[in-house]
Design a protein around this ligand. Structure first.
Ligand code: SAH
Ligand code: SF4
Length: 351
């Protein structure tokens, strides 16, 4: 078996391709991890370089009409105090982040209908008066809404598929469908967004083969960015007693994604840092990741954006956090990107 996965990893490094069966085999082979991570790190260096792109994340509303089984923001969670930021407050946070040197602003929220297309378009337009890229992560919308945001200047959109397994997807997302999620991703791609997707690793009943299919799906739709994180059970959700995702498995998934989508932008996600405080982010950046998102939401609100418990938080103000992370990244031999950090995968497709 060992010779087998060694050969597969070497081949994937050259061809950026592996079958579902091969991905499944590597995911299950704990002893493949060292070699896999090294291969992913080499591909990362060769294809997207040493630069790490920093994003300023604004969590502007924790109100959500959806009921995803794993998420603390689900509408049935009545024990969470809800908040939303006024339009001016969102724009002010973005301006502060821009002043601190961030070249991409990520606007994320639950699916909050108060933020309709006009309100979102106005926020986007005001932020786009500055020289930054704007990424949205606000859930499933109609094609018309996606079009309105795009016209207002939005550049990128993050919408994880979460799992491509239809049965599991349906079970975890009451009232939602996998086909509608895919429709959203297709529309976003057609409208010219840089499209980010991704999965949660370690969901109850999720198999390695399902994850392998997720990775093939990212390739098939030509994803420009892929966000991955372990499942972290939240005490106020129906999955409170389930086992959480495994850190090392998540790291292997990340490395495999880098091998199969060599030019994509891959963040070292907060969920990785939460599961392994002080080192999760660094380990992800050494296994293929090239993006870091730092929270620039006002501190009094950060605790309320509880997707999962213990969410690793940026601790200080946006400037101090930024300086600290830049120092840590330089110590790893990496540099901090000074551009908006478009995905190389997306740039290639524009040619
Ligand atoms: N409402 C938007 C954006 C906010 S949720 C959306 O759903 O797209 C952002 C991401 O948090 C989700 O895509 C999901 O993958 C992740 N998430 C939510 N609950 C989680 C949990 N318990 N463990 C790990 N990741 C979780
Ligand atoms: Fe809402 Fe997103 Fe959480 Fe689902 S994952 S409940 S859509 S915030």
């Amino acid at each position: 078996m060992k010779a087998n996965w060694q050969e597969m990893i070497i081949r994937a490094q050259k061809t950026s391709d592996l079958s579902i069966e091969e991905i499944t085999a590597i995911l299950g082979a704990e002893d493949a991890q060292g070699m896999l991570i090294q291969a992913a790190d080499e591909v990362r260096r060769k294809c997207v370089g040493e630069e790490i792109h920093l994003r300023g994340l604004i969590e502007f509303s924790n109100r959500c009409r959806r009921n995803c089984f794993y998420c603390g923001l689900r509408c049935d969670n009545r024990s969470l105090e809800r908040y939303y930021l006024a339009e001016d407050a969102v724009v002010d946070l973005a301006k502060e982040a821009i002043r601190c040197g961030y070249r991409t602003i990520v606007l994320q929220s639950g699916e909050d209908l108060y933020f309709d297309a006009d309100r979102m378009a106005s926020i986007i337009r005001r932020i786009k008066e500055h020289e930054v890229a704007v990424t949205l992560s606000i859930g499933e919308k109609t094609r018309e809404e996606y079009e309105a945001y795009r016209k207002a200047g939005a550049d990128r959109y993050l919408l994880r598929i979460e799992t491509t397994d239809e049965k599991l997807y349906t079970k975890l997302h009451p009232g939602q469908s996998l086909s509608e999620r895919k429709r959203c991703l297709r529309d976003l791609k057609e409208l010219g967004y840089e499209v980010g997707t991704g999965s949660i690793i370690g969901l109850p009943d999720q198999t390695d083969e399902m994850i392998a299919r997720d990775i093939r799906f990212f390739r098939e739709i030509g994803a420009d960015m892929i966000g991955l994180g372990p499942f972290i059970p939240h005490g106020d959700t129906p999955l409170r007693d389930e086992a959480g995702g495994d850190f090392d498995k998540s790291l292997r998934v990340l490395a495999l994604v880098r091998l199969l989508l060599p030019y994509a932008n891959i963040p070292a996600t907060t969920a990785m840092e939460t599961l392994r405080p002080q080192e999760g982010r660094r380990l992800a950046l050494s296994a293929g990741a090239n993006v870091v998102m730092l929270n620039v939401t006002s501190r009094d609100r950060r605790g309320l954006y509880q997707l999962y418990p213990g969410k690793a938080k940026a601790k200080d103000d946006p400037m101090t956090d930024r300086i600290q992370i830049e120092t840590a990244l330089r110590a790893m031999g990496r540099t901090v990107g000074m551009t908006c950090g478009n995905s190389k995968a997306w740039q290639e497709n524009q040619k």
